[in-house]
Design a protein around this ligand. Structure first.
Ligand code: NAP
Length: 281
């Protein structure tokens, strides 16, 4: 049976979700605070819900995708909405912290609906593609019952766990790693430019260096998982070697008056004392 879906939120992401669902043939309702944004979606076949409560009444599955949980709460916790939640599947695709996800799950479930919390690991242009990853946690029953719909939004969809905040936690962990890399790239570009290297050259060497960086990344995760913090026969570069590399990174920044925050912070963490303290040894 194909479900009726209502999407609350027709911003960049919500509109992409609606377009994708329509493309897969799902009868789709849409509501947005600024009603004009629903116009192009109505032209593609979506039904504009006059109110949030009307959207809930029409749908089996309600996908929420607004700016943040405060906006989502304002939609859910209003007169006339709580009373129409019973029996619905609520899929929260608004970004938020694990705590917010847990609290929202409790509130939604207390009103008789199933709750699935999602994290979208993609930009709107990737919604509906086979490789696109969306992470879900919360009700396994909702996930299993609506798998075809969830996979329509991204073929790389997966269920992380039954604790509602787990998808948000994994999203946060992955984004933390990504942002660390992006801040490092900004520092790298500053060093390249101040030393007269083009960013085209920096970019092409990033590609060539990537397999080495990826291998180091996964080695770090595997070693930490196995609590193998000491150097061993499989160690490719010792802590001492990394530490002295950080010293030249630090010098390169200081020589040119660049902010040495990244180099000095990580150099400190790599020093043997800090490493031992971090691991209680
Ligand atoms: P957006 O284009 O700025 O759209 C924001 C949406 O939230 C609009 O529908 C807006 O309604 C609505 N909204 C904001 N405040 C509201 C309020 N107080 N009450 C009701 N509705 C309100 O943002 P977006 O890119 O679609 O992002 C939506 C969610 O997806 C966010 O949680 C974001 O973190 C997440 N996400 C986005 C991306 C991305 O690449 N864009 C990727 C992953 C996750 P109006 O049209 O009336 O302003």
């Amino acid at each position: 049976m194909i479900s009726n879906v209502c999407v609350l939120g027709a911003g960049r992401m919500g509109s992409s979700i609606v377009r994708t669902l329509l493309g897969y043939g799902y009868p789709t309702w849409v509501w947005n605070r600024t009603a004009a944004k629903c116009g192009p979606l109505a032209a593609l076949g979506a039904t504009v819900a006059p109110s949030v409560a009307d959207g809930f009444r029409a749908a089996d599955v309600v996908i929420i995708n607004v700016l943040d949980y405060a906006a989502s709460d304002a939609l859910l916790k209003q007169d006339g909405v709580a009373s129409v939640l019973a029996g619905k599947a609520v899929v929260q695709l608004t970004s938020g912290s694990p705590r917010l996800a847990r609290e929202e799950a409790r509130w939604v479930e207390a009103h008789g609906a199933g709750y699935l919390d999602g994290a979208i690991m993609a930009t709107p242009d990737f919604i509906g593609k086979p490789e696109t990853a969306l992470l879900y946690s919360g009700s396994r029953d909702v996930y299993e019952a609506h798998k075809p719909l969830l996979f329509a939004l991204g073929g790389g969809t997966s269920f992380v766990g039954e604790i509602p905040g787990q998808a948000s936690a994994l999203d946060t962990a992955l984004l933390t790693q990504m942002w660390g890399g992006l801040f490092g790239a900004l520092q790298g570009m500053a060093i390249a430019e101040v030393e007269g290297l083009s960013l085209e050259m920096f970019r092409s060497h990033l590609s060539a260096f990537k397999p080495v960086v990826d291998a180091a990344l996964f080695d770090l995760v595997d070693r930490t998982n196995a609590r193998r913090f000491a150097g061993d026969d499989a160690t490719l570069a010792s802590l001492g070697a990394h530490y002295s590399a950080f010293q030249h990174l630090l010098e390169a920044c200081e020589e040119r008056g660049l902010d040495a925050g990244i180099a000095s912070r990580h150099g400190y963490d790599l020093s043997a004392g800090a490493f031992a303290r971090a691991h209680g040894r």
